[in-house]
Structure formats: structure tokens, C-alpha cells
Design a protein around this ligand. Structure first.
Ligand SMILES: *Cc1c(COP(=O)(O)O)cnc(C)c1O
Length: 340
């Protein structure tokens, strides 16, 4: 499998003593919030594979999609700029009432204020095309149409699905598990595999790659993907699909580790955390120095805490994947007003 070197690896594997003791587990954190500077987070690992494929096909433009504050869109914009590729982003903008089907005529700044990930997207010269939530349901169709349009103008576009989550992108997390195996072999975490991996789940690629890699490299017996949107049935389908695609790309991949989806911590809506969840983000930050975000990692940590407090975690050594998301936190300052 071709792979670019885009991420700063290996990321640290750290014991989080205070929170672990409170939860009655040995809690380890894989610091994938530290996979880079502005490109940091879990998406850059997937992009190492996806953009290698784009370059191999001589593409000059990358098209992808996400919520308006998508970390994936931003990581793509950073990585693409570093490789001399253009980026076109179809972003779902809440409050937008009409759109042009992703053709790129509408963008009204009020629907994508210059904060957090959007600031970085624009700084990097990505072309933003804002679409409504209704259009976003047809995102794959709209990205294909944008590719046709760009091709007609002489470009050679490469379409990356939401979250970089397909069989190829999942190899980023198969490789992350190989990286953890090397850290264990080097004496980290007493060299012992984990009982359970916990991480946030938004488009399924991280779960699929982690499940395959955790088994292949004997990193963990089980994983729990914490849904931040949709529900258990949706992600069971998506993750199964992505696992199958990855297995088709590399027949040496075996079966995945046992995995499950938990959707009890997704909060009020995608990208909206409850007050209790925001309070947890604050207390974890003050107790441990770990800065979680209100869209992904904060909710996943709340899910883990919930499961521990209700005695549903039958595991002692737990690995939490800190998948990044800092720019999304920085875009939500007003939601923390009154709590700080
Ligand atoms: C995208 C994202 C996730 C979810 O990963 P998927 O592979 O899309 O399920 C988790 N955390 C952060 C910070 C993300 O940006």
C-alpha cells in the first residue's frame, strides 16, 4: 500500500493516572491530537494513504466534504496545500436555506464564520462551497458532479469521501495499531496489550482501521466506538462496509477485533455538546491537562466515564484514542460562556 509521510509519528502513548484512578481503570491515551501542527488529528493518518493514491493518479485537485467545522476538511486543505494540490470543500452549513447543489456560487460568510477550522480552510486557499443539510444527504452525488465540472475545466480531481472513511483511508488506523505495537515492544505501557480501545466515531474509518489493526498487531482485544451522531445501526453498517473494503484491498488482513458501537454519549446533536459534557471537558482539562473538544473527543470521554460509572466496562487496561479536534473547540467559545 502506498503511503505518504504527512503525520508527525509516532505520537506519544501516555498513562493518564488521575482520571484512570477516578474511573477504577488503567487509562492510557494515544495522543493523535499531536499528529502534526495545523493538520493534527486522526484524519492526517488516513490522508497519508488517500493522497498517495491521488498523486499516483496525477490528480491536481482534491474534493471532499464535511460539516462546516470539519476537521477532516481542514486537514485535507493543509495536506493538499503542502503537496501543491487545490482543495474544494462541500461543507454543510447550518442555517443555510438555499444552495446551488455544490456548484459553488452561494457562499455567504455568515454561514461559515472565519473561526476554527474555517479560518484555516480559507487561509490555505481551499474553495468552500456551502450546502444545506438536505443537500448534504446527497454529498457523494454532489462531489461526483463537482468532479465532472472540474474535469470539464481541465482539472484532474480526486474525490475523498466524508471523513476520509473508505477502505483505503482505514489503513491509516491499521498503521496506527502497528505503531502502538512497536511502542509496546519498545517497553511502553509495560509491553502489554490493552483490554479495550475507546475512541470517538463520526464516519467509521477510524473504527474500521482500529478494529483490523488491533487484531492484526495484538494491540487490544476489543474496541468501543463512541458515536457522536447517527446511531448504533448506522455505524454497524458503515464500519462493516469499510472493513470489507479494506480486506478487499489487502487480502493479508485478517478478521477485526471484537468491536461495538455505543451511542449513549452523542449529546443533543452533531457538534452540539450538553452542558454536562462541556463541564466534563473543563474538569478533564483542569485535572489532566488533556484538552478535549465538544464535537468528538469530549463526547467519547463522557461515554467512557458513563460506562465506567455504571459498571459496564469489563476491562482494566483501557486505551483512549485522542483523535484531535482542537480547532473545533476554538470555534465554540461562546458555548462555554458562563461555565468558565
Ligand atoms: C473525524 C474525527 C473523529 C471521527 O473519526 P471517524 O474516522 O470519522 O469516525 C474523531 N475525532 C476527531 C477529532 C475527528 O475530527
Amino acid at each position: 500500500m502506498q503511503r505518504l509521510e504527512l503525520a508527525h509519528l509516532p505520537t506519544p502513548l501516555q498513562l493518564c493516572r488521575p482520571l484512570g484512578e477516578q474511573l477504577g481503570i488503567e487509562l492510557w491515551i494515544k495522543r493523535d491530537d499531536a499528529t502534526g501542527g495545523p493538520e493534527a488529528g486522526n484524519k492526517i493518518r488516513k490522508l497519508e494513504y488517500l493522497l498517495a493514491d491521488a498523486l499516483d493518479r496525477n490528480c491536481d485537485t482534491v474534493i471532499t466534504c464535511g460539516g462546516v467545522q470539519s476537521n477532516h476538511a481542514r486537514a485535507t486543505a493543509v495536506a493538499a496545500a503542502s503537496l501543491g494540490l487545490r482543495t474544494v470543500l462541500l461543507l454543510r452549513a447550518p442555517g443555510l436555506e438555499h444552495d446551488d447543489g455544490g456548484k459553488g456560487i452561494v457562499p455567504e460568510r455568515e454561514h461559515a464564520p472565519l473561526i476554527g477550522n474555517v479560518l484555516l480552510d480559507c487561509l490555505l486557499g481551499a474553495e468552500l462551497r456551502l450546502i444545506t443539510a438536505a443537500s448534504y444527504k446527497r454529498r457523494n452525488e454532489l462531489m461526483a458532479a463537482a468532479a465532472v465540472e472540474l474535469r470539464a475545466r481541465g482539472a484532474n480531481p480526486y474525490v475523498i469521501p466524508e471523513g476520509g472513511s473508505n477502505g483505503l483511508g482505514a489503513f491509516g488506523y491499521v498503521a496506527a495499531m502497528a505503531e502502538i505495537r512497536r511502542q509496546l515492544d519498545g517497553g511502553s505501557a509495560d509491553g502489554q496489550p490493552f483490554d479495550l480501545v475507546v475512541h470517538p466515531c463520526g464516519s467509521g474509518g477510524t473504527a474500521a482501521g482500529t478494529a483490523l489493526g488491533a487484531k492484526q498487531y495484538e494491540v487490544a482485544k476489543r474496541l468501543c466506538a463512541m458515536a457522536v451522531c447517527e446511531d448504533v445501526a448506522y455505524f454497524e453498517n458503515r464500519i462493516t462496509e469499510i472493513i470489507t473494503q479494506a480486506q478487499q484491498l489487502d487480502e493479508s488482513l485478517g478478521e477485526p477485533a471484537d468491536w461495538m458501537v455505543h451511542d449513549g454519549a452523542k449529546g443533543p446533536a452533531y457538534a452540539v455538546a450538553s452542558t454536562e459534557q462541556r463541564q466534563r471537558i473543563i474538569s478533564v482539562a483542569r485535572q489532566t491537562g488533556l484538552v478535549l473538544d465538544p464535537v468528538y473527543t469530549g463526547k467519547a470521554m463522557c461515554g467512557l466515564i458513563q460506562l465506567c460509572e455504571t459498571g459496564q466496562v469489563d476491562a482494566h487496561r483501557v486505551l483512549f484514542l485522542h483523535t484531535g479536534g482542537l480547532p473545533g473547540l476554538l470555534a465554540q467559545g461562546s458555548a462555554f460562556e458562563g461555565l468558565l
